[in-house]
Write a protein that binds this ligand. Structure first.
Ligand SMILES: NC(=O)c1ccc[n+]([C@@H]2O[C@H](COP(=O)([O-])OP(=O)(O)OC[C@H]3O[C@@H](n4cnc5c(N)ncnc54)[C@H](OP(=O)(O)O)[C@@H]3O)[C@@H](O)[C@H]2O)c1
Length: 332
């Protein structure tokens, strides 16, 4: 029987020119690594980590040629384990998918069953990727904030990188839960953020002021920070007594220069959020929340759909910080 072929984006390293080239290629199922589940990918999404992988960031992807795509949704075509059967709809994200394992920017993936979550009944394959790793990460930040005891009565929640994937998901879900959301962005004012629920839009340079001082005027009950660097420093210095700052990203910088004063004088909690190796029970719980009580009425408006052939341009736009909202990739 002739082996099935499929399309994928391939990133190749050109050692002579010191650059990374991307092109669409035809691959065979036997090109994929061994694994318990063979999944026919229907949708993937573009996350910042994918843009890093697609541009040769060795902290994300060590070996090239490589197919990025850290998340995808699709249908199980073959399973070696009893928990999954052909025809099951699944979300595959986290762990090594798209890092050093061929990812969702190909029409097939083969992965360990432990990387897959069954698609909640109230979510479509398409919508699951509008949320994608970005929505999952935003939801984890919000769950941590609520778990800390923060309620809408405590005051505004600051979201940085608000027009990005994680940022816009955080703004929208927080607003749905009744929080006042202050959205910090570097983009020119438009009504995107207020349409998805931000109560206030702040130019990002306004939150990075006061660098030399250890503490600044208390403003936020909690923070979802997606950018790091001096924005995160400012966020910690301006969080109200007893508040919590969730840290998940480093788009601006991985550096963090703080004193101990926000922690010992205001009791601030700075907490890290990781979506890559979230344990299964937690992953299922977060996806259930996204699919049920936290599901957004306007979720379809947050995803712009592209095809494999459009990825190159979108990756460049993401690296330049020019995208708004979420990009989903239709692989059908
Ligand atoms: N911890 C985890 O498990 C996890 C999971 C998912 C994502 N992340 C991280 O979260 C971050 C955001 O990911 P994403 O997929 O949402 O990316 P994204 O869609 O590209 O959004 C990033 C946003 O950051 C802002 N930004 C860009 N360049 C900036 C700069 N130089 N200084 C300050 N702000 C800047 C922009 O927002 P504005 O246009 O509003 O300014 C941009 O839209 C990344 O660092 C990513 O690696 C971590």
């Amino acid at each position: 029987m002739e082996e099935k072929e499929f399309k994928a984006l391939l990133v190749e390293e050109d050692r002579n020119e010191h650059k990374y080239n991307r092109r669409l290629v035809t691959r065979k199922i036997s090109d994929l690594p061994p694994g318990e589940l063979l999944v026919r990918v229907k949708y993937s999404s573009l996350n910042y980590k994918d843009a890093l992988s697609a541009s040769g960031n060795k902290g994300v992807t060590k070996r090239y040629p490589h197919t990025p795509g850290i998340d995808c949704s699709g249908v199980v075509e073959h399973s070696l384990v009893p928990d999954f059967a052909p025809g099951d709809e699944v979300i595959v994200s986290c762990f090594d998918l798209g890092m050093n394992t061929p990812g969702g920017f190909g029409q097939y993936i083969r992965v360990p069953a432990a990387w897959a979550v069954k698609l909640p009944g109230t979510l479509s394959l398409r919508r699951s990727m509008i949320y994608g790793t970005a929505g999952f990460t935003a939801a984890q930040c919000i769950e941590r904030i609520i778990g800390h005891g923060v309620t809408p009565e405590h005051g505004s929640v600051l979201v940085t990188g608000a027009m990005g994937g994680v940022g816009c998901m955080a703004v929208a879900i927080l607003a749905k839960l009744g929080f006042q959301v202050s959205a910090a962005t570097g983009k020119a004012a438009n009504n995107f953020l207020s349409k998805i629920g931000a109560t206030e839009v702040i130019p990002r340079e306004k939150i990075s002021a006061g660098k030399m001082r250890s503490l600044l005027r208390e403003r936020w009950a909690a923070v979802v920070d997606t950018v790091g660097g001096h924005y995160l420093e400012a966020a910690v210095k301006t969080t109200k007594y007893g508040g919590i700052v969730t840290c998940c990203g480093n788009v601006a910088s991985p550096e963090l220069a703080l004193t101990v004063y926000p922690f010992i004088l205001r009791g601030i909690t700075l907490t890290g959020i990781d979506s890559a190796i979230t344990p299964m029970a937690k992953r299922q719980k977060i996806w259930q929340k996204i699919a049920q009580e936290w599901q957004l009425d306007f979720i379809d408006d947050l995803g712009q759909e592209i095809y494999l052939a459009d990825l190159n341009a979108s990756i460049e736009a993401m690296l330049a910080g020019q995208l708004t909202g979420r990009i989903i990739v239709n692989l059908q």
